[in-house]
Design a protein around this ligand. Structure first.
Ligand code: B12
Ligand code: SF4
Length: 497
């Protein structure tokens, strides 16, 4: 049996504008289980290749799969639905499978709204996709496949979900399915890049967050398996930038130290790592923070989220502003870049956005990423947030770039964000410190990010200039996204657009 995993063509700026169109790791993990079960798998990344619907269908036809598996994160789900309909229209007998976080929690709605979907696999899909392919091959009953939701003769059946995978070493991403690694050059330093995953899950339960609920428990693969995988990506495919998909890779100190040691032992010259980190773990690791840098970590992303302690408390964030300040100073002191995530609009109030901008310099971060609070339907903050913003099922714009409430003039506020960028980064002390102080990897990356950020901001402020310095659609940021209705009409900017 043959399955082709498809990532639909979707661009909304934000992290992609900074990190580049990195690969969606979910399908590559699921593919590993399919291959292990003795079936064939292929991976088609329409985002990275910028393929429109026609080009995508041509590629599916050329490979001739029995099943097409679409990645269904929230912002992708409608585009995946449109592609699924096209698959059904063009290729009789081909089955359509959805998987990913949105499909996991919103499976009933997907089955109702997208009649082209035959199967949904909820949760982790390495083992279960293999089981589904086996069952389809043998025309066996489907009721023993955990996590499967399926449609047959107009009837929808839901199987009980699977337990979280205990052992992560046996299923590693099928990176060999990527044919053209040059599609994954990040925008910061232009190097070939890969998303990698060491651990799954988080030990916190922030109210706006999906991740702890999705993975359920925290687990890691073994340090040696991960370090070997990194080495193989480095040597076989020339990867130099590794972005960790982990929520909280440092949650268990012993496991994390083993990973640092394994990476240090590999001594991969020029390899750079970026990862999310919890404030608490950084503070805990004050005595080994230099080893992070020695292992190749340069970009550390802290989810600071809010600058007001009362909002942090309301969102059930464990860290308070003073802890974040401490963690940032430790990261910078160890010669790494401290980048923070800030969520805007929680209270649907412009005054709060402005207050956040006033308070931000006190954190002392090197870079700040702004996101608009987005209420995902299965999170514990959903009722509160959707009451404030008004409910929205417009999933194309559930992308952190579009504010769904009406208490904030997004366009006006984003001009303030750009103003903040220039005031913050052109401050002579920060400019000098960033460009000329610290170890070489930090200095180089700081300069690269500074140049990229300045170009991005100029392009937003002066759209006529954007045509020359930022001709690509994926650099559109924030309010541009809200205005662009092409998402809704199914003609996401693609290769032929
Ligand atoms: C790395 C990353 C990125 C990278 C790479 C993006 C990419 N192509 O994957 C970059 C920086 C570019 C990025 C950008 C964005 N991201 Co992002 N990103 C992540 C991150 C940190 C890791 C993703 C990952 O690899 N996970 C590991 C894999 C193994 O998990 P998984 O995808 O869930 O896969 C498992 C199952 O779901 C299932 N599965 C997944 N797909 C499929 C498909 C089939 C057919 C089947 C059967 C099963 C299956 O099997 C897998 C193995 O068990 C996650 C947070 C996280 N820790 O997951 C956010 C996350 C995925 N991102 C998110 C968002 C919102 C975005 C942006 C919209 C933000 C922005 N505006 O900048 C953009 C969108 C870019 C785009 N064009 O799509 C959200 C999505 C929320 C949601 N409900 O859908 C997440 C979950 C973060 C969050 N805080 O909630 N991101
Ligand atoms: S610390 Fe981060 S990953 Fe963990 S629950 Fe909070 S937001 Fe989610």
């Amino acid at each position: 049996m043959k399955i082709m995993f498809v990532v639909p063509n979707y661009h909304c700026g934000g992290m992609e504008a900074i990190q580049g169109p990195l690969m969606n790791l979910g399908p590559l993990f699921a593919a590993s289980g399919v291959i292990k079960a003795g079936h064939e798998a292929a991976f088609l990344d329409c985002t990275a290749e910028r393929l429109d619907a026609t080009a995508c269908m041509e590629r599916i036809e050329a490979w001739g799969p029995d099943v097409v598996g679409f990645a269904a994160r929230t912002h992708l789900v409608n585009e995946s639905g449109r592609m699924a309909k096209e698959v059904k229209r063009r290729f009789a007998g081909v089955k359509v499978l959805f998987g990913g976080i949105h499909a996991t929690f919103m499976h009933q709605e997907i089955m109702d709204d997208h009649p082209a979907v035959d199967f949904i696999l909820r949760g982790e899909a390495e083992v279960t996709t293999g089981m589904l392919m086996d069952a389809l091959n043998a025309q066996a009953p489907l009721d023993s496949i955990p996590g499967l939701v399926w449609r047959q003769d107009g009837q929808i059946t839901e199987n009980p979900t699977a337990d979280p995978m205990k052992e992560l070493d046996s299923y590693r991403p099928a990176y060999h399915l990527i044919e053209n690694w040059d599609l994954y050059r990040n925008h910061i330093n232009g190097k070939r890049s890969a998303v990698v995953q060491f651990a799954r899950g988080c030990v916190q339960k922030c109210r706006f967050c999906s991740q702890w609920k999705f993975w359920d428990t925290w687990r890691a693969c073994s340090a040696q398996v991960f370090a070997d995988e990194v080495e193989s990506l480095y040597r076989d495919y020339g990867i130099r930038y590794f972005l960790m998909a982990d929520e909280a890779p440092q949650a268990d100190r012993e496991t994390w130290e083993a990973l640092l040691d394994a990476l240090i032992a590999k001594n991969l010259e020029g390899a750079i790592f970026g990862t999310c980190a919890r404030t608490k773990d950084i503070v805990r690791d004050h005595d080994i923070i230099d080893r992070y840098a020695k292992a190749g970590f340069v970009l550390m992303l802290l989810g600071a989220e809010f600058t007001a302690n009362k909002t942090l408390k309301a969102a059930n964030k464990e860290a308070r502003t003073e802890h974040t300040i401490n963690a940032i100073s430790l990261i910078r002191g160890a010669g790494m870049i401290a980048m923070v995530d800030i969520m805007l609009g929680w209270n649907n109030d412009e005054g709060e956005v402005l207050e956040t901008l006033d308070n931000l310099p006190a954190l002392g971060a090197d870079y700040v990423c702004f996101f608009w609070t987005t209420p995902y339907p299965w999170t514990t903050a959903f009722d509160e947030l959707s009451n404030r913003y008004g409910a929205s099922k417009d999933y194309d714009t559930h992308n952190f770039m579009t504010f769904l409430g009406d208490g904030v003039d997004q366009r006006k506020m984003e001009r303030k964000l750009i103003g903040f960028y220039f005031l913050y980064h052109f401050n002579p002390l920060r400019l000098f410190g960033g460009w000329f102080r610290g170890p070489a990897p930090r200095r180089t990356m700081y300069r690269q990010m500074f140049t990229l950020g300045t170009r991005r901001c100029l392009a937003q402020m002066l759209p006529w200039l954007a045509r020359f310095i930022e001709p690509r659609a994926d650099v559109k940021m924030m309010h541009w996204c809200k205005q662009d209705t092409r998402w809704k009409s199914g003609t996401v900017p693609g290769k032929n657009a």
